[in-house]
Ligand binder design. Sequence first.
Ligand SMILES: [Mg+2]
Length: 382
Amino acid sequence: MRISRVEAIALNLDLSRPFSGGTYVVKSRPTILTSVTLEDGTIGSIYGGDETDTQSRIVETINAVYAPKLVGEDIRDFQKLWQLMSDTFVDLGNRGLHQLDMHPRAILMQAISAIDNAMWDARARHYGVPLWKLLGGVRDRVPVISIGGYYPPDGQDPSEAIAEEIDAVRAAGCIGIKMKVGRMAVDQDIERVRAARKAGGDDFVLTVDANQGWKLGDAIDFCAAAEKLDLGIRWLEEPLTWHDQTDGLKRLASKTRIPINVGQGEITGIACRDLMSKGDVNILNLDCTLCGGVTEWQRVAAMARFMNVEMAHHEEPQIAVHLIAANPHALYVEIFANKARDPLLWELPSNFPKISNGYMEVPTAPGIGVELNQDVIEKYRV
Ligand SMILES: [Mg+2]
């Protein structure tokens, strides 16, 4: 079954208010919608990513560089197609300077990811099965947590704010929260996490995300205080500043029993290998809209399994639900229960999976199983 067309378009909407994490502020909700059409008219189509600055370059790379190479290829040959994209030389102004070149490389990897994911939708539709079944089919519902706990505007008590939010997250059907830390002093963040545990109760899944906001000493202090207070943190995400991601993480891991989760910004499987082998991390929250798509995510998941590392997925529930459902060592799917943080999640799919009692149902329709609302696409098209 041959590919007849590949196309991407950019979507974007401004949020009604900004959201502050450990090291950044989110003001808009961009994404890329990628479609792969097969010769029999089957269309695989999925949105993903939330890149603002380089969005147009990613879309251009998909349409001008990779699309012409893929037309005429057999949709079933996923290893071949991934390699074909990966081996394509694209001049994005790389300078032969490893860390500076990461920026243009990330553009390529996001383009490859978007196409790979849309091809998996087309492939699963071609075979007539939901994606998670095609990938292995471990479970038909997955536990869901909400990303939240952003820092409230000045004037609102941070501990009261998180307690209120946890009530809302529970009401949205989530089993837990991933809350932001790393922007305030460690003792103030500990107070917020303490308030979250009190509001959520013992069985509430409580994870924290510092967005690479801490130096090693801060992270060690946070872990020591959280363990002393027995706060039951399921994982600590991206604790350390960006330039200390292997040796620093390993030192932190030697000082705490709180599981460490990293990987959402990685754009290669090799980097994930290093995080596991050199960084001694416990969980990878690899993002298939960045790392090279479902194909590379599955390769990393297989490697992680042999290294006793669990898998999570950064955001993107529309596709993450399939990966979490298809891997026995995968944990939670993540949503934004606060609809103002991610309006697209609630507007774009016309049949978003049902969430209740802490679980999201995994789609049963062929492919990714998400039908996209055409009016919403036109409304937010860049
Ligand atoms: Mg994170």
